[in-house]
Design a protein around this ligand. Structure first.
Ligand code: KIV
Length: 290
C-alpha cells in the first residue's frame, strides 16, 4: 500500500514503527517497491554513495531531479521524499518553493525534506503553504556539518539539547508533516518524540522514535568511505535465506532473478523492515549512548 500523510499519523498514534530507506536508482527502487517499506528518501547522500562526491555540499538540483525521477520509475507504489540539496532553499522563499515544486512536477516526489529548525521555519512554512508536504531534518545536518565541527552526536553539550527541542517545535509549528532526527542521544530523541504530534523519525537517534531511516548503501555494506555507528549492515543476517533461494534449482533461480544481488538485497531490506517493526533495530549496538 502507498503510504500517505494520514497513514503516517495513524502509525504514530498506534506506535507502529515507520520504515524508511534511501534509494538513488531504478533497479534498487524496483527491489524496494516489492517490499512493505513505508517510505523512500532520495537523499542528497546520493551525491556521495552514487555520484562519488566526498560530502553532500556539491550536489545540484538537476542531479537530485535525475536521481528522484529514476527512483519514481522503479517504485511507483511508494511514498517518495526528495531531499533538497544545499543552496536550493536557503536564499529566499520563492527559490525554495520553485525548487520544491520541481521535485513534485518533474520527478514525481510526494514530499520534500530540508535541513534546519528555527532558522528554516519560514522556508518550511512557505513550501507547506504552496501545497507541498515538508519533512524537517534537525540534529546533525550534514549540509552544514563541516562548518559546525564535523559529523558528531548533537545534544550532549550544554544548551544543545534545549536548542534541538526548540528546533523540533519550530519545525512542527511551521507546518512540517514529519521530522527526522539525526545523531542524537536516545533520551533527547524520546523527549522530542513525545512532545510532537507529527511523526518523528530517526537515523542514529536511538530506539524511542516513531520510525527508523537507514541509508540503503549502509544496509547493504556497499559504501566503504564512511560508516557511522548506527549503520547496520543486514547482509550477514540473510545469508542462509539467500542460500535457500538459490538452492531451488539454478535454472529456476536464474529465470526468476533469484540468484544474485537483486534477491540478496531484497532479503536484507525485508530483514531491516522486520527488525525496525519489532524494535530489535537499532538497539544499543546501533544507537549512541546518552
Ligand atoms: O541525504 C540523506 O540521505 C540524508 C540522511 C543522511 C538523513 O539526509
Amino acid at each position: 500500500m502507498r503510504q500517505n500523510l494520514r497513514t503516517l499519523t495513524i502509525a504514530k498514534s498506534n506506535s507502529k514503527p515507520i520504515t524508511w530507506l534511501t534509494c538513488y536508482d531504478y533497479s534498487f527502487a524496483r527491489v524496494l517497491n516489492e517490499t512493505d517499506l513505508d517510505l523512500i528518501l532520495v537523499g542528497d547522500s546520493g551525491g556521495m554513495v552514487a555520484l562519488g562526491y566526498s560530502d553532500t555540499v556539491p550536489v545540484t538540483m538537476d542531479e537530485m531531479i535525475m536521481l528522484t525521477s529514476a527512483v519514481r520509475r522503479g517504485a511507483p507504489d511508494k511514498f517518495i521524499i526528495g531531499d533538497m540539496p544545499k543552496g536550493s532553499y536557503e536564499v529566499n522563499n520563492d527559490d525554495a518553493i520553485s525548487n520544491a515544486m520541481r521535485f513534485v512536477k518533474e520527478a514525481g516526489a510526494d514530499a520534500i525534506k530540508l535541513e534546519g529548525g528555527v532558522s528554516m521555519a519560514e522556508r518550511i512554512a512557505a513550501i507547506s503553504k504552496s501545497g507541498i508536504p515538508v519533512f524537517g531534518h534537525i540534529g546533525l545536518t550534514p549540509q552544514s556539518a563541516v562548518a559546525r565541527g564535523g559529523y558528531r552526536v548533537v545534544g550532549r553539550e550544554s544548551g544543545e539539547g534545549k536548542k534541538v527541542m526548540e528546533d523540533a517545535l519550530a519545525v512542527q509549528e511551521a507546518g512540517a508533516v514529519a521530522v527526522l532526527l539525526e545523531a542524537l542521544p536516545p533520551t533527547l530523541s524520546q523527549a522530542i518524540t513525545s512532545s510532537l504530534n507529527i511523526p518523528v523519525l530517526g537515523i542514529g537517534a536511538g530506539p524511542h522514535v516513531d520510525g527508523q531511516l537507514l541509508i540503503l548503501h549502509d544496509l547493504l555494506g556497499l559504501y566503504p568511505d564512511f560508516r557511522p555507528k548506527f549503520a547496520q549492515c543486514f547482509i550477514p543476517d540473510v545469508l542462509d535465506s539467500f542460500q535457500e533461494s538459490i538452492a531451488i534449482s539454478r535454472e529456476d533461480a536464474r529465470s526468476e532473478r533469484l540468484d544474485g544481488l537483486r534477491e540478496l538485497s531484497r532479503l536484507a531490506v525485508e530483514s531491516f523492515i522486520l527488525a525496525t517493526q519489532n524494535r530489535s533495530f537499532p538497539g544499543d549496538t546501533y544507537s549512541y549512548s546518552d
